[in-house]
Write a protein that binds this ligand. Structure first.
Ligand SMILES: *[C@@H]1O[C@H](CO)[C@@H](O)[C@H](O)[C@H]1NC(C)=O
Ligand SMILES: *[C@@H]1O[C@H](CO)[C@@H](O)[C@H](O)[C@H]1NC(C)=O
Ligand SMILES: *[C@@H]1O[C@H](CO)[C@@H](O)[C@H](O)[C@H]1NC(C)=O
Ligand SMILES: *[C@@H]1O[C@H](CO)[C@@H](O)[C@H](O)[C@H]1NC(C)=O
Length: 227
C-alpha cells in the first residue's frame, strides 16, 4: 500500500522508530516441505481478522510463496487495474521481502489481487518507517516475465477461499543457484479486505502488525531463516 488516505499520511507525521518491537520468526525449509505462517490479527489495532496463511519454501533458484485467504467473501478487485497499478486500494495479499538481518531500507514488495494481477516493486525507505518528509520511493519491475515472477490464482467462492502462488527468483537477491540454505531474511505479510459496500475503507491484517496503518515500518518485519 502506498498512499491510502490523507488521514494515514497525517498519522505518519507522528511516526517514530519503534524501539525494537518484538517480532515473530519463521524457519523455511527447502521445497517440498513448507514453512507456514498463520495470522488473524488486524493492523494496527491487533483485533481479530480473518485467518490468512502464507506457506513458503525455496528451491535452487526461487522462493515459492502460497498465500491463502480464508473467510474471503468479497473477492473484490479493480478489473481495469493491470500489472503494477494501484491494486492495493482493493483486496490484495502482500509480501515484503529483504535478504539480510537488519531492519531494511530497501526491499521487494509483491502483491496479488483475486484476479491474479500483481504489483511488483523495489521500495526505498531510508527512514525505515516511511517518515513524513523523508525520502521514499519505488521502482517497478515492469518486465515481470523477464524477472521470472510467476503466479497462479484459484478462487473457490463456495468455500470462501482465495489461493495465490507467487514465485520470486533468488537471483533478484544475488543468491546463486543452490545457495539459499542458511540465508537470513526479513519479511512481512499483509492482506487487505474491502467490499463494494465499504470501499474505500479497508480492513488490514498482518503477520507482524505495525503500530500504525502503514505496511512500510521495517522494524516490524519478521525474522525468516532458510534451513
Ligand atoms: C471464518 O468462518 C468460519 C466458518 O464460516 C467462522 O466460524 C469463523 O468465525 C470465521 N472467522 C473469521 C475471523 O471471520
Ligand atoms: C481502477 O484501475 C484503473 C487503472 O489503473 C484506474 O484508472 C481507476 O482509477 C481504478 N479505479 C478505482 C475506483 O480505483
Ligand atoms: C496468472 O498469471 C500467470 C502469470 O504470472 C499465468 O501464468 C497464469 O495462467 C495466470 N492465471 C491464473 C488463473 O493463475
Ligand atoms: C469510511 O470511513 C469514514 C471515516 O471513518 C466514514 O466517514 C465513511 O462513512 C466510511 N465509508 C464507508 C463507505 O463505509
Amino acid at each position: 500500500m502506498f498512499f491510502r488516505s490523507a488521514a494515514l499520511l497525517a498519522s505518519l507525521v507522528t511516526a517514530s522508530l519503534a524501539a525494537d518491537p518484538a517480532v515473530p520468526s519463521l524457519n523455511v525449509p527447502a521445497c517440498p516441505k513448507k514453512g507456514t505462517v498463520v495470522y488473524e490479527t488486524s493492523v494496527p489495532d491487533r483485533t481479530s481478522f480473518p485467518k490468512t496463511q502464507v506457506d513458503l519454501c525455496y528451491d535452487k533458484s526461487a522462493i515459492h510463496l502460497t498465500f491463502t485467504a480464508y473467510n474471503e467473501t468479497n473477492f473484490f478487485y479493480n478489473a481495469s487495474a493491470m500489472t503494477n497499478d494501484a491494486i492495493y486500494n482493493f483486496e490484495v495479499m502482500e509480501a515484503f521481502i529483504y535478504h539480510g538481518k537488519q531492519d531494511p531500507q530497501h526491499y521487494l514488495e509483491i502483491e496479488i489481487a483475486p484476479n491474479n494481477v500483481t504489483y511488483n516493486a523495489f521500495v526505498y525507505n531510508p527512514s525505515k518507517v516511511r517518515a513524513a518528509g523523508a525520502e521514499f520511493g519505488h521502482e517497478f519491475i515492469t518486465d515481470i516475465y523477464g524477472y521470472g515472477m510467476q503466479t497462479t490464482t484459484k478462487l473457490d467462492h463456495a468455500k470462501k477461499l482465495w489461493t495465490s502462488n507467487f514465485r520470486v527468483p533468488l537471483g533478484i537477491f544475488n543468491i546463486d543457484n543452490g545457495a539459499a540454505c542458511g540465508t537470513d531474511w526479513r519479511m512481512n505479510f499483509f492482506r487487505t479486505i474491502v467490499s463494494p459496500a465499504t470501499y474505500p475503507n479497508q480492513t488490514l491484517g498482518g503477520w507482524s502488525p505495525p503500530n500504525l496503518a502503514s505496511f512500510h515500518i521495517t522494524p516490524y518485519f519478521g525474522h525468516v531463516k532458510f534451513i
